[in-house]
Design a protein around this ligand. Structure first.
Ligand SMILES: CC(C)(COP(=O)(O)OP(=O)(O)OC[C@H]1O[C@@H](n2cnc3c(N)ncnc32)[C@H](O)[C@@H]1OP(=O)(O)O)[C@@H](O)C(=O)NCCC(=O)NCCS
Length: 179
């Protein structure tokens, strides 16, 4: 039997704003409680609502995207650009998470696609990097389907529930993007 709720309308995505702060923080906290862990960050050190709202304000260098089922936020991702003047040709993806009950319906794909579209459209960005916990096979497969390749492994990146976790370093070249 399928325990997932019936999806009656398609998923939509858009850039998140400070007005989405409560929904975003709630999804983010669920992400940080995921087991086995998908993220090293700890729920107790997650910024409070006020600080999260400040972060959600879109800037030249950082943007959060959300996937919605009707009006409910069900998935999130962040695209950030490296800040140093001589590193701005790189961006990184982080925080990809889809609520478990809404997975396997294309939501993760549409979020990665949106974020990569933004990266491609940003003049000067020619590479997107990310890190992913080596156990997160679904995420790794999803990233690989966009052309990301693993270029290294960072061992024992973090510890959760008494266990050490490794992360793959992944990268994608945006060939078409001019300087
Ligand atoms: C990784 C993650 C975001 C993927 O989200 P998702 O919404 O399930 O992703 P998608 O639905 O786009 O794709 C996942 C799979 O569902 C399949 N799928 C998509 N639509 C489908 C549909 N309508 N029916 C059946 N399968 C479908 C895809 O083909 C894909 O299959 P594959 O994994 O065998 O290649 C999600 O599993 C997650 O949140 N994981 C925990 C957090 C995590 O690991 N984040 C990465 C941090 S770096």
């Amino acid at each position: 039997m399928d325990d997932n709720p019936v999806i009656e309308t398609s998923i939509s995505t858009r850039v998140l704003t400070p007005a989405d702060v409560k929904a975003y923080r709630s999804v983010r906290l669920r992400a940080l409680h995921e087991r086995p862990p998908a993220f090293g960050s700890l729920p107790e050190t997650e910024p409070d609502l006020a600080e999260t709202a400040v972060r959600l304000a879109e800037s030249m260098d950082r943007c959060f995207f959300g996937a919605f089922q009707v009006k409910r936020l069900i998935g999130i991702i962040r695209l950030s650009r490296y800040e140093a003047i001589n590193e701005k040709h790189r961006a990184y993806l982080a925080g990809l998470y889809v609520l478990p009950e809404f997975r396997k319906r294309g939501c993760g794909r549409v979020l990665v696609s949106q974020a990569l579209h933004r990266a491609t459209m940003t003049a000067g960005v020619r590479r997107v990097n990310l890190t992913v916990v080596t156990q997160q096979k679904n995420a790794i497969r999803l990233y690989q389907s966009f052309g990301f390749r693993i270029y290294g492994t960072e061992h024992e990146t973090f510890i959760k529930d008494g266990k050490y976790y490794d992360e793959y370093l992944m990268t994608l070249e945006l060939n078409a993007n001019p300087l």
